[in-house]
Design a protein around this ligand. Structure first.
Ligand SMILES: O=C(O)CCC(=O)C(=O)O
Ligand SMILES: [Fe+2]
Length: 200
């Protein structure tokens, strides 16, 4: 362990990557304001995922924004990023200032209840800049989030609170998967924003 780590937030991963949880970085009033605004005004669309070769339409909804109309391909579908809104640019700046990283796009996910989640995956699509930071801002219902090492299966979990920021960077996507497990204990919605760097 590096006792002189200058960052006040510890790395949660023991090996092969870097994940830092900042806790809530928004006051509750602005977290509510952004949640309501994004819920109403984002261009939500159903996502689709490939499960055993079958294209499944998810209940979870997504919206994608960026500096340019970037193309982003996953599960055999290609989407075009929409231009930033004022509110998304405000949140991007808050996340950039807090983390010292920069981003050029954002994927929004809407989970209507705890029964919607996201299964094990890495954010390692070729459109994403390799080893670049991903900034994950959570709004609404608190949800459990987990990392699992691809070789050792070592698993680490935490709760992503309303208004909280999680940064994943360096080797994290190459060596770890992450997921948002579904749960019957949560009945209220959550919006997650992942700020990313797309290479065009
Ligand atoms: O909802 C979350 O917290 C994570 C979403 C995620 O992993 C993704 O969009 O790639
Ligand atoms: Fe992800």
């Amino acid at each position: 362990m590096d006792l002189f780590d200058p960052s006040p937030i510890a790395n949660m991963l023991p090996i092969d990557g870097e994940v830092r949880y900042y806790g809530s970085i928004l006051d509750p009033k602005s977290a509510d304001h952004y949640f309501d605004h994004l819920l109403t005004n984002s261009r939500w669309e159903n996502d689709q995922v490939l499960i055993f070769g079958k294209l499944i339409v998810t209940k979870r909804k997504v919206a994608w924004y960026g500096d340019e109309p970037f193309q982003y391909t996953y599960s055999k579908t290609t989407k075009l990023a929409l231009p930033w809104t004022k509110e998304l640019l405000e949140l991007k700046e808050i996340v950039e200032n807090k983390s010292g990283e920069t981003f050029n796009s954002c994927l929004l996910n809407l989970y209507h209840t705890g029964e919607e989640g996201m299964s094990w995956h890495s954010d390692d699509e070729k459109d994403l800049k390799k080893n670049a930071a991903i900034g994950s801002l959570s709004l609404g219902a608190a949800r459990k989030f987990s990392f699992r090492h691809k070789v050792t299966n070592h698993t680490i979990s935490l709760v992503l609170e309303n208004g909280s920021l999680l940064i994943m960077k360096d080797q994290t996507q190459a060596h770890w998967k992450h997921r948002l497990p579904p749960t019957k204990k949560v009945s209220t919605p959550r919006i997650n924003l992942t700020f990313r760097t797309i290479v065009s």
